[in-house]
Design a protein. Structure first.
Length: 291
């Protein structure tokens, strides 16, 4: 939103220079229904990219379709659904229309995950964390739809993904009996997910690629021979060895190692290099026990 050059705005019959790209998110004058405004073109472009503007072209007029698009965006991003583009909505829209990639967190990632989940490409918790599982889901979508494969949700990927979601919804409406028949299964799965135990743990990272490191875990996994293996070190009294877990921002892994400093609600994530371990530092993460 408002990433282009300065815009000309007509106010009270006179023209003035609109805020620059770095100032426009402040949005002194909210955009609302029945307004003609150059910035409405940009608003409509951004809403269209995110799947909230259901019209074939931008008009610059803030009518019913634009109002509904803003309101739906606000609902999806947990904002007050006023249908008016105020400062808070403009700020969130700015963030949502940026590239979404590995390491990002927040409502924009959560929104992306929900769409991928509806297409059965992302089958894990919608947590707003763009980790390896979300990246893999984006990559799968790009591969199957003839898009540039980079695991990053940019404008082209998001526009295609959200348009496809609409066609899936239409197909589902046309096949209402089949949808109704599948609902008990989906409800059952949701219940099973809710029953999984989730712990908030203090996470650090370690590597097998260092002086004096054998590369063999406490359960016999050879990390040097299997550098892509996702392994975490745990306190067996908290998470039994051999347990499969899902770590926020890291992905699905096996509790296959222990460590002298790993006790209680602490977890150590295996990474491939010492620098990656240093960069990870110490973080608080959500760990879901899968079995």
């Amino acid at each position: 939103m408002f990433k282009k050059a300065a815009l000309t705005v007509a106010i009270a019959g006179s023209a003035m220079l609109a805020p620059t790209a770095t100032q426009a998110a402040d949005l002194e004058t909210p955009l609302k229904k029945q307004m003609w405004h150059e910035d409405v073109h940009i608003l409509q472009e951004d809403l269209k990219e995110l799947g909230f503007f259901d019209y074939d072209k931008t008009t610059g007029y803030f009518g019913d379709i634009t109002q509904k698009g803003v309101e739906d965006f606000q609902k999806a991003y947990s904002l007050n659904p006023t249908g008016t583009l105020d400062k808070e909505t403009a700020k969130v829209l700015d963030k949502a229309t940026e590239l979404i990639e590995r390491g990002d967190r927040g409502k924009a990632v959560e929104h992306l995950q929900k769409h991928l989940a509806e297409l059965k490409l992302y089958t894990y918790e919608v947590d707003g964390v763009f980790g390896p599982l979300t990246e893999k889901a984006v990559t799968k979508y790009q591969e199957s739809n003839g898009l540039q494969v980079d695991g990053i949700a940019g404008p082209e990927t998001k526009a295609a993904l959200f348009d496809l979601k609409k066609s899936v919804q239409k197909d589902a409406e046309a096949e209402a009996p089949n949808k109704e028949a599948s609902e008990p299964t989906e409800t059952k799965q949701a219940t099973a997910d809710e029953e999984q135990q989730t712990l908030t743990m203090e996470a650090t990272a370690y590597t097998s690629n260092c002086d004096g490191c054998s590369g063999i875990t406490a359960t016999g996994i050879d990390l040097n021979a299997n550098p892509d293996q996702k392994v975490v070190a745990v306190d067996p009294d908290v998470i039994p060895l051999g347990t499969e877990v899902y770590v926020e921002g890291y992905g699905r892994a096996v509790a296959g190692d222990t460590g002298g400093a790993i006790d209680g609600n602490k977890i150590d994530l295996y990474v491939q290099s010492e620098q990656d371990a240093v960069n990870f530092g110490k973080q608080s993460v959500e760990v879901t026990i899968l079995n």
